[in-house]
Design a protein around this ligand. Structure first.
Ligand code: NAD
Length: 405
């Protein structure tokens, strides 16, 4: 293992000693995931990391006891020992509360890798920068083929799509599959998934596995084939979304107000005939579009369920309240938050793999020395050595209000 280190002032910590990685217990209430699992510890050590220090009990809620980390070569320590590391990983990077004990532990030159919601809550990035830290926020990893292995939004959305179906199934006063019994035949539940991105496709697959009849809609034409390949019907709307919905790259762009209104009208009948509607529509960097209006909810049968995965971005349903279940005319509108945390074991396994792959871009031979031309690293860096370098975060901080990531 290398113990020599060089300094990489423009891209990371000023390291002149063996590089340690710290894994704190998540500080945000209700967060059950952990950013590094025992399985990825050997990969970090192979990069020349001298020590992986895990806070005692950090993996407990996700089903990773301290002994499992020790088995893989990690060291268990206190929060102080973890935050003494040069590189600290997190699922949700600490809140910006000046009283937060973790914030007080951040040191100048320290590198932090995790989800910091830098556009929705830029004050976190601001607080870390004020402490002199370098922050890599993983929500900013681009959606490219090369970056897939580090794409935390995708890995966690996969889990969220699955969980959304379980939430819906538990709330629906009907069964999902067709049941033929001596007491009669029950018809299968009708599920509509709006937004067939990562979470939507996962919701479609899960609903199909439970035996529901599934329909799905997305503004991107490319989604049609993926929806059909999962055995669902693609709902086609005669909308001119080619120009304003397809967007560029892997994300959709926002619809004009007029197109969105037309979309609501055209979807109304399908929504009304669905037992379950799962909404996942998002446009990167913008508030979620409102697709299911109050009138559309009123036309649904009592007992129907809407699970709005976009609740934290304002919601795809006009009645959604983040973190709550609203009942309107007998229809339950569930606005869950931090869904992946409710499946902490697998969510952590995937997240930790993403983080380890990202760290492999930052660290080689025990030094923090990323390739200065690496687009994944450069698009994810929010602050360097205390200075906010991400233009949109700078603007969000200047404006004093954030937009969702
Ligand atoms: P994604 O970008 O992969 O998918 C979003 C999809 O919505 C895209 O396919 C896009 O084309 C589509 N879309 C955009 N505007 C639309 C419109 N007007 N009508 C129909 N479709 C439209 O995103 P994702 O990773 O699948 O995440 C989906 C949502 O789930 C996001 O809001 C995300 O924040 C949320 N999410 C929530 C949790 C949670 O804990 N609540 C966890 C993970 C993801």
């Amino acid at each position: 293992m290398s113990t020599s280190s060089s300094t990489a002032p423009q891209n990371g910590a000023d390291v002149s000693r063996p590089l340690n990685v710290g894994v704190p217990a998540e500080g945000i209430a209700g967060e059950r995931r952990v950013s590094i699992t025992p399985a990825v510890v050997p990969a970090l050590l192979k990069l020349g990391v001298a020590k992986v220090v895990v806070e005692a009990g950090a993996g407990e809620a996700a089903g990773f006891p301290d002994a499992a980390y020790v088995d893989k070569g990690a060291t268990i320590g206190t929060a102080e020992e973890v935050w003494a590391a040069d590189l600290v990983t997190a699922v949700r990077v600490l809140d910006a509360d000046p009283q937060s004990p973790d914030l007080a532990r951040v040191r100048p030159g320290q590198v932090i890798v995790g989800m910091a919601a830098p556009l929705a809550a830029p004050e976190v990035a601001g607080a870390l920068a004020a402490k002199g830290a370098t922050l890599y926020s993983l929500e900013l990893v681009p959606r490219t083929t090369r970056a897939q292995a580090m794409d935390v939004l995708s890995s966690q959305a996969n889990i969220a799509g699955y969980q959304a179906v379980l939430l819906a199934a538990a709330a629906l006063p009907k069964v999902f599959p067709m049941l033929t019994t001596s007491a009669g035949t029950m018809s299968p539940a009708r599920v509509l998934v709006i937004g067939a991105g990562v979470a939507g496709l996962s919701a479609i697959a899960t609903s199909r596995r439970l035996g529901a009849v599934v329909e799905a809609y997305d503004v991107r034409d490319a989604a049609k084939e993926e929806v059909q390949s999962l055995g669902a019907r693609f709902v086609e709307l005669p909308l001119e979304t080619g120009q304003d919905g397809a967007g560029s790259g892997a994300y959709a762009s926002a619809l004009s107000e007029e197109t969105l209104k037309k979309q609501q009208e055209l979807l109304a009948k399908t929504v009304a005939s669905s037992d379950v509607v799962i909404t996942t529509a998002q446009v990167q960097g913008a508030k979620a579009p409102v697709i299911v209006t109050e009138e559309m909810v009123a036309a649904m049968s009592p007992g129907s369920v809407i699970v709005d995965l976009a609740a934290e971005q304002g919601g795809n349903c006009a009645l959604t309240r983040a973190g709550e279940t609203v009942v309107s005319g007998g229809v339950s509108i569930i606005g869950p938050t931090n869904v992946p945390s409710s499946t902490p074991h697998h969510a952590s396994l995937m997240y930790a793999k993403n983080v380890a792959n990202f760290i492999a871009l930052l660290v080689s031979n025990g030094n923090i020395a990323p390739d200065p031309d690496d687009d994944i690293v450069n698009q994810s860096v929010v602050s360097r050595g205390g200075e906010i370098v991400h233009e949109r975060v700078k603007t969000a901080l200047g404006a004093g209000e954030g937009v969702p990531t």
